[in-house]
Design a protein around this ligand. Structure first.
Ligand code: NAD
Length: 339
C-alpha cells in the first residue's frame, strides 16, 4: 500500500513538472506476473477492472503501463471497461497500435530518458551522448528502449541487467543483437547470460561500474546509502520510479554526483500517455514524427524550467523539480478557491 501511495504522489509531481493536464494516481495488484500464466494475468486484470470500473474512466482516472504491465494488460483493461461502459478507448493508455494506441507510446519513457540525458549533458557542458558510457539496470520496456536509443545516438551501453543477471562489454553492447537474442528460444537465446556479445557480470557489481551516466531502470530503492558510496559515475538519470533512497540521495549530493530525478527523467511515458488520451478523445491519430516532436518539446521545456530553478536558487535538480511541481499544484489549488 505504501509503495502505491508513494507512486501516486510521484505521479502528481511528475505531471506537474512535465506540464501534462493529468493529476496523479496509481493502483496495482500485489502479485508477481512471472509466477502466473497469461490466462491468470488476464483474469486478474479483468477482475481488477470489474472492482474499479466506477472509480476510473476517461474523465476520472486513466491507467497506463507500469512495471510488469505492458500493452497486453492495457488491452484487457480497455476491453473489460468497454464491456460495462461502452466503447471507451480513452479509458486507458499504452494500448497497442491495433487497439487505439498511439505511435511512439511503446518507447516513450525510454525516449524521454534519452532526451533528458541529452539536455543534462548539454547544460553541464559535457557535450553529446555520442562517446559517453552508460550503465543500465533493468532491460524491460524502459531500460531496453533507453539502451537502444542511446546506442543509436552513439552512446556506449556497457552493461545491462535484468532480474536474471547482467551482461558486460566495455566496448559497448550491440543492443539490437541483444534484443534479437532475448527473443530467440533457448538454447539459441532467451537469456541475457547466454548472449555471445559480452561477458557475464555479477548483478551486485553492475551499479558501481565506472561510467559517465548510470541509469537505474528497474525497481525502487536500489541506490541506498551503502550503494551510493560505491558508485563510479558522473550522473544518475532515474528512469525507474524511486530508485534512490533519501539516505542514498544525501550521499550522492555529498559526493557531487548529479541526479536527474524520476519526477522528470521518466516523464516521457506520462507525456505520451496524455497524447494517446488526447488522440482517443479526438478519434484521430497523429503521425509518429508529430508525437516525437511534441515529446521532445515537452521534455526540453521542462528541463529548462528545472535548470532555471537549479541555477538561480542553487538547489539540487531533485529539489528544483519539486519546487516547480509544488508551485504549480499550489497555484492551481489556491486559484480554484476553497468553497
Ligand atoms: P518492465 O517490467 O518492462 O521491465 C522491468 C525490468 O527490470 C525487467 O528487465 C526486469 O527483469 C528488471 N528487473 C526486475 N528486478 C530487477 C533487479 N532486481 N535487478 C535488475 N533488473 C531487475 O518494466 P518497465 O515498464 O520497464 O518499468 C521499469 C521502471 O520504470 C519501473 O520503476 C517503472 O515504475 C518505471 N516507469 C515505467 C514507465 C513505463 O512507461 N513503462 C513510465 C515511468 C516509469
Amino acid at each position: 500500500m505504501d509503495d502505491v501511495r508513494s507512486l501516486a504522489s510521484l505521479t502528481t509531481w511528475k505531471t506537474a513538472v512535465v506540464d501534462v493536464l493529468f493529476g496523479g494516481a496509481k493502483g496495482g495488484v500485489r502479485c508477481d506476473p512471472k509466477d502466473l500464466t497469461e490466462a491468470e494475468l488476464e483474469r486478474i486484470t479483468r477482475k481488477f477492472v470489474q472492482a474499479l470500473k466506477d472509480c476510473v474512466g476517461p474523465d476520472k482516472d486513466i491507467p497506463g503501463p507500469e512495471i510488469s504491465a505492458g500493452p497486453k494488460v492495457m488491452s484487457w483493461w480497455f476491453d473489460e471497461y468497454s464491456k460495462y461502459k461502452g466503447f471507451s478507448p480513452a479509458c486507458v493508455t499504452g494500448k497497442p497500435m491495433t487497439l487505439h494506441g498511439s505511435y511512439g507510446r511503446e518507447y516513450a519513457t525510454g525516449r524521454g530518458v534519452v532526451l533528458a540525458t541529452r539536455e543534462l549533458l548539454r547544460n553541464e557542458h559535457m557535450g553529446k551522448i555520442a562517446g559517453k558510457t552508460f550503465v543500465i539496470q533493468g532491460f524491460g520496456n524502459v531500460g531496453g528502449w533507453a539502451a537502444e536509443l542511446l546506442e543509436l545516438y552513439g552512446g556506449k551501453v556497457i552493461p545491462v541487467s535484468d532480474r536474471t543477471g547482467a551482461i558486460y562489454n566495455p566496448e559497448g553492447l550491440d543492443i539490437r543483437s541483444l534484443k534479437r537474442h532475448l527473443k530467440a528460444q533457448p538454447p539459441f537465446g532467451g537469456h541475457l547470460s547466454s548472449f555471445p556479445g559480452g561477458e557475464r557480470l555479477p548483478l551486485e557489481e553492475l551499479l558501481s561500474l565506472s561510467c559517465d551516466v548510470l541509469i537505474p531502470a528497474a525497481i525502487p530503492d536500489v541506490i541506498t546509502e551503502e550503494v551510493a558510496a560505491t558508485l563510479d559515475c558522473k550522473y544518475v538519470v532515474e528512469a525507474a520510479n524511486g530508485p534512490t533512497t533519501p539516505e542514498g540521495d544525501k550521499v550522492l549530493r555529498e559526493r557531487g554526483i548529479g541526479v536527474l530525478p524520476d519526477v522528470y527523467a521518466n516523464g516521457g511515458g506520462v507525456i505520451v500517455s496524455f497524447f494517446e488520451w488526447v488522440q482517443n478523445q479526438q478519434t484521430f491519430r497523429w503521425e509518429e514524427e508529430e508525437v516525437n516532436r511534441r515529446l521532445d518539446r515537452k521534455m526540453s521545456d521542462a528541463f529548462e524550467r528545472i535548470w532555471d530553478v537549479h541555477t538561480t536558487q542553487k538547489l539540487p535538480l531533485r529539489t528544483a523539480a519539486y519546487v516547480l511541481a509544488l508551485r504549480s499544484v499550489t497555484q492551481a489549488t489556491m486559484i480554484r478557491g476553497f468553497d
